[in-house]
Design a protein around this ligand. Sequence first.
Ligand SMILES: CC(C)(COP(=O)(O)OP(=O)(O)OC[C@H]1O[C@@H](n2cnc3c(N)ncnc32)[C@H](O)[C@@H]1OP(=O)(O)O)[C@@H](O)C(=O)NCCC(=O)NCCS
Length: 276
Amino acid sequence: MSQETHEATAAELDWIAPAAVASRVVEDAREISAISRETPWRVRATASGDAALIGRWREHLDDCAVLGIWCAPRRVPALIADLERVAAVQGFSRLVGPLVPEEAAPPYLSAGLRVVERVVLMRLEHPQRACRHEPAPRGFGIRVASPEDLPGVFAVDADSFDDFWRYDEPQLDRYMRTERAAVATVEGRTVGYTLANVRGGEGSLGRLAVSPAARRGGIGRGLACDALGWLVRNGARTVTLSRQEHNAGAAGLYHAIGFRDLRGALVITVSQELRV
Ligand SMILES: CC(C)(COP(=O)(O)OP(=O)(O)OC[C@H]1O[C@@H](n2cnc3c(N)ncnc32)[C@H](O)[C@@H]1OP(=O)(O)O)[C@@H](O)C(=O)NCCC(=O)NCCS
């Protein structure tokens, strides 16, 4: 059966929305309805009942990301081929595959995507026990962020991650409003930040970054411990995070706090240059 996708109809949205919410691709059904209303090309469905949500990866890049895909593995290659076609028509030059466990990657590789990054999941089992001997911050302060902190946080993020991973400003603005954001400051200047979230007893540390010039002075650890304290106070019984496999700074810091690597990596894949 054809894997050609079309813009999802209202009836198709009724079954795509719960799948998208369950896989945490969107916060709620209203969010995917709004996406479908404002940018119908992003919510795709096929006649055989498969679906995908796609969208720009970062404002500063011409990459279109597969944010969610709901189909049997054997149908992934054909669906990806069709999503490449849609992305090319929309003017994108690459398709970024979804973040999937390495063992689930073969259908994406058969579709012609290649692995560009391996991501390790880490977990902290007893967050209330971590950071008990954390010294009080010296030479820097930590406080909850406000919307006015966006420019400073954006600068730290841009200095800390390469173009593929750094957030664009609207993304960061959204995360700072929907997650618990905190900043570290030195003499009023933002030098680091965290994003954290808790759902149903599961905490997540979404982002942690310190400006290169301010590193190795305890700010990263101070920020991580501040976020863990907030997560525990808000019901987190475990905390998970993901890091790039070869990120020595992140691995060193998180291991020092007590996080352990979970077995198996996740991978992110990208297409060749797309042509219309
Ligand atoms: C990871 C990061 C936040 C650490 O910030 P930091 O302020 O330098 O961290 P700290 O000074 O608090 O370091 C605490 C401990 O972490 C470990 N650590 C920190 N950086 C390290 C590095 N480059 N290599 C190995 N271990 C490191 C050490 O155990 C260190 O203790 P020590 O300095 O007494 O040896 C920072 O390097 C950074 O922003 N990196 C780029 C963004 C990033 O990778 N974020 C994490 C994404 S998952």
